[in-house]
Design a protein around this ligand. Sequence first.
Ligand code: CND
Ligand code: ZN
Ligand code: ZN
Length: 374
Amino acid sequence: MSTAGKVIKCKAAVLWERNKPFSIEEVEVAPPKAHEVRIKMVATGICRSDDHVVNGSIVSPLPIILGHEAAGIVESIGEGVTTVKPGDKVIPLFTPQCGKCRICKHPESNFCMKNDLAQRGTLSDGTSRFTCKGKPVHHFMGTSTFSQYTVVDEISVAKIDAAAPLEKVCLIGCGFSTGYGSAVKVAKVTPGSTCAVFGLGGVGLSVIMGCKAAGAARIIGVDINKDKFPKAKEVGATECINPQDYKKPIYEVIQEMSDGGVDFSFEVIGRLDTVTAALLCCHGSCGTSVVVGVPPDSQSLTVNPALLLTGRTWKGAIFGGFKSKDSVPKLVADFMANKFQLDPLITKVLPFEKINEGFDLLRAGKSIRTILTF
Ligand code: CND
Ligand code: ZN
Ligand code: ZN
């Protein structure tokens, strides 16, 4: 029996309070309005950005359904939707691509002005499609994938190859693309260069894969958790260092290792001290440092502009600089053509109901990516 046009009752992981576990609740998911799409979720990854909301480092309205790295199948579409149809395999896009705003029309930029990184907590029309116990529940970055069904704006979903394995390509929804694009598209890593990657989680390992694909000669992985080193080397790091093993600041260690500084550095943790270390460890005249990690809300750095005056470049990007709706289908096609691997990023697959166990593994430094399957 078709569910199109009807409210769907299903299970979702609701965050009611910060620093508390998710509650698996029965929620009501309203049908998609015009230019919206309802998706049956198949697989979702757990990214540190979701945890940043739980611990308050990203401030979002509560209650909320988190999750932004997923893949599923279109259940139904609202009026006027033309780019996907029921039955299509899709990836939700936490950075939309409306195609109409100044940024979408810009040849290089990707951070569409219809994004909800500022955490309005609704779809584009300013309302929610989720209800739990009679209360509206907020959306997260237009995706909310920790639910058996979700509704997204048409500008926040991309149709992908019908043959794609959803429990793997869900990582193209955030971690892989964010990291890989930060290297190949944002930093534009050059052949023969030396790179330093701070933070060897799912996003950091994807940065390493991008640096390697771009032909970097040396890739220095930096992490305080040594257990992350073997995987980092497996995906392309040529050496790995732990700042806690040195008396000197880690930027000095890296400068000494790289004839005055690396060509490209990446902060993939989300801390102010490591953003500074990454900036300082890239060469003062020819180095580029890229901010990938999401820093804590409302915190700032004081930086001496002389650090940039000599020729350094300091930049950052969301979703690896990729224009999402155009790029995600191509990235899935590249995965299907074996141009990169996703398996090294997947450390655990759990049923959706075990979401809290998945977050505990991330917090304990025991997982790269846990995939939750529905
Ligand atoms: P994850 O937590 O898996 O990895 C972070 C790594 O950093 C871990 O291996 C830690 O051991 C390591 N680490 C922690 N503290 C330090 C330290 N002081 N020095 C060195 N290493 C340390 O996180 P992830 O890979 O899922 O995400 C990484 C960041 O990227 C995080 O801030 C997340 O919010 C952000 C992000 C950004 C974007 C984007 O579009 N720019 C998209 N998704 C996630
Ligand atoms: Zn993410
Ligand atoms: Zn746009």
